[in-house]
Design a protein around this ligand. Sequence first.
Ligand code: GMT
Length: 406
Amino acid sequence: MNNIMHLERPLNIGITCYPSIGGSGVIATTLGIELAKRGHDVHFISYERPFRLPADAERIHFHPVSINDYNLFKYPDYTLPLSVKMAEVSCRHQLDILHVHYAVPHATAAILARCMLAPGQQPKVVTTLHGTDTTLLGRDPGYGPAIFHALSQSDAVTTVSKYLLEETQTVLGFHKPMQVITNFFEPNPPARSRQETRLELGIADDQVMLLHSSNLRPTKRIDLLLETVARISPRRSFKLVILAGASFAPFLEDVRRLGLEDRLVVRENILEIEEYLQAADIDLITSENESFCLSILEAMFFGCPSVATRVGGIPEVVEDGVSGYLVPFGDANGLARAVEKLIQDPDLRRRLGENARRQAQEKFSAAGVIPQYEHLYQSLVEQKVNGKRVEPCHAINAERKSQVYD
Ligand code: GMT
């Protein structure tokens, strides 16, 4: 047990996130791993084990939520079994904090779970907003009011960028205090060398490796990515490696239409991203919107400058002209020219890459960000001890403990 700064005792922390490939799940998983390293007990509650969660880490526990597909339900329900599991885990493991990542449906389930518990058993609920839970679902009349309610009932709300905090105020009209705690990254040492990875990818010594890493969702605008790459010359000077968190098949027709077959290498569902990050020369992101863009940060840690669209929270991560280049969204020519500039000038690439690495370490390292969450948890636990809030509860209480199972 080490490193627990300013905390009187290690905490019992529940974390719920999407276990599939995506930035919010990656952040939640890394946060849990880092908290466990610092001596806290961390309980992940989700329908599957998060994909980057190690099987054997000390003080990390996983509680699966099982979902029954009853005939009466046209659509299987996840929110209720999730809330029951959250309440059970809270009760059995005396959770101090239930930290949910991505509001829908996790924040609503957490509020419901808290209501099922007796006052002394209720964990403090922390909701971290990641992006489309505000920017997309927050605008949907079928979700907006439920998100607003869950945020209002949370004991603390954090956002991953200043941009997302302001969007949450604008889109949801939510004006209670929120705190920006940015995303962070903690790279693992790559298991093989840069040369070995480039060899595997078929990238020649005199070729520049462009990297795009994402879950390929519509907001990532893979159409603009391919349009951009088709405009880069000379063609032989580069290859684009796509680390795809979903099937790339829907984009193959575009690849053929643009004649990019020999410029592209795609790898799907890669877990050891560090091997690829260290081999990359330029990160290329063409998103229509991002609240932060974790994949840019991951590349920055490996001294890789970015060319990206100037949208959402990206300018809080990339400093234009210092650690990369930002281009207005939709401008495929502008994006291609910025990439060409970096391809042609290895010294510039190195300089911007070093700035990127330095800024990533200074602003977005786990060592700097995790204590911000710990301080938040601690202030909430102190409130709990001082008994500031009392809520009705009861469905899951000490008498029902015998029914609790994991
Ligand atoms: O909102 C999403 O599309 C899901 C989410 C994810 O899990 O990939 O992405 C968001 O959260 C990331 C982690 O905080 C941010 O780095 C991404 O910018 C953000 N995506 C959007 O806002 C579109």
